[in-house]
Design a protein around this ligand. Structure first.
Ligand SMILES: Nc1ncnc2c1ncn2[C@@H]1O[C@H](COP(=O)(O)OP(=O)(O)OP(=O)(O)O)[C@@H](O)[C@H]1O
Ligand SMILES: [Mg+2]
Length: 348
């Protein structure tokens, strides 16, 4: 019959237009039609199990003898409650599979590298601790007048040794802190934190450094609910930001700390009028050992660890830390912390 032939042609045209190899099956599991892509795909040594009456899994990935991987989908065809058969579709996913495997391999390699780097940093920092402690204590002994007096010049040299040993000790404890945090996650102690009091303490701790840098600091904090967090670690984060602001701002500048509760968060901002951060470094400076070119060329000392520690602590609180401002005009660091603490099970 002409109209049946017409239906058949239309059906074949639809099958050919599908982006996959396709097979149409009758309710009694006979093959009704296949398209060209199907024939090409399985033309030779295809090993797909298409035998009638098999239990049908809706989706399957079939490895072929020639190395290709075929994804099979089965879509039952129904009109109301009548089962009209099924449309089987086949796509060649060999490339996607290979990319997936390559990606998995890369990820494993990166994880292993990160682990090795962490282990190395931890071991190296640990090894440096003992000789450094010895340098410091012999420095103390030399400074002791009961071992003889020093000339003004010698005393100056000794002071430089002690100052630098102190700086190295701080770097090492930062290193140990970051590696410990990456390895096991730091032991945060969650308790209600009074944000305005925490900020005032952090500023007080760094007031001497701010004054030494010839800067003026202003704290402007709204009152609000206590925050669930680790007050000690958060004060350390604020300390790192204030230390940076004091370091990267020329004398006569200003540091502004503002904080206010907004909805379910506390927003804290530390702004300065210093050298600022080039646009393209605004993400990287949080990754550890990264220092922007204007900091390096300006001869500002530092290791590039303060912000990495800050980010880890903030993220463990379920919060975010970002930076804005304009290069040459100052930096604005913004911390946003959920008042309720990190959502359950959300340790990054
Ligand atoms: N307030 C700021 N103004 C301008 N640049 C900043 C400021 N804070 C941070 N940066 C940039 O971000 C980099 C990383 O900061 P981070 O605190 O991690 O390291 P650091 O201060 O250089 O060294 P460390 O904190 O380990 O002593 C800095 O080297 C600098 O390039
Ligand atoms: Mg710093």
């Amino acid at each position: 019959m002409a109209s049946e032939d017409g239906d058949r042609d239309r059906l074949q045209a639809v099958l050919e237009a599908l982006p996959a190899g396709a097979l149409l099956q009758s309710p009694s599991d006979e093959v009704l039609a296949v398209n060209r892509k199907f024939v090409d795909m399985f033309g030779m040594e295809g090993k797909a199990d298409l035998s009638p009456g098999r239990h049908v899994h809706r989706v399957a990935e079939i490895p072929l003898a020639d190395g290709r991987v075929i994804r099979r989908e089965v879509e039952p065809l129904r009109k109301e409650n009548d089962y009209l058969g099924a449309l089987w579709m086949f796509s060649d996913i060999t490339d996607a599979k290979r990319r997936e495997r390559d990606l998995e391999r890369d990820n494993r390699a990166l994880t292993e590298l990160a682990r090795q780097r962490n282990a190395f940093t931890a071991a190296a920092s640990h090894e440096l601790r003992t000789p450094l402690a010895s340098i410091s204590s012999f420095g103390e002994l030399l400074a002791d007048p009961s071992f003889g007096t020093l000339t003004a010049e010698q005393a100056g040299f000794l002071e430089a040794i002690r100052r630098n040993a102190g700086r190295m000790q701080r770097v090492i404890s930062d290193l140990l802190l970051t590696t410990r945090m990456r390895a096991a996650g730091p032991e945060l102690e969650f308790a209600p934190v009074d944000v305005p009091a925490m900020l005032a303490e952090a500023l007080l701790e760094h007031m001497a450094a701010v004054e030494r840098a010839g800067l003026f600091a202003v704290l402007d904090c709204d009152s609000g609910p206590t925050l669930r967090g680790d007050g000690h670690r958060l004060r350390h984060v604020l300390g790192n930001l204030l230390e940076n602001a004091a370091k990267f701002t020329p004398p006569g500048g200003r540091i502004g700390i503002t904080a206010a509760p907004r909805g379910v968060h506390w927003d804290i901002e530390v702004a300065d009028t210093g050298i600022g951060i080039p646009e393209q470094y605004r993400h990287e400076i949080f990754s550890g050992f990264v220092r922007a070119p204007n900091a390096r060329s300006g001869g500002y000392p530092g290791t590039g660890l303060g912000l990495a520690i800050a980010r880890t602590v903030v993220e463990l609180h379920g919060g975010t830390i970002t930076v804005g401002g304009r290069e040459g005009e100052g930096a604005v660091f913004r911390i946003r912390l959920p008042i309720a603490g990190p959502p359950p099970g959300a340790v990054p």
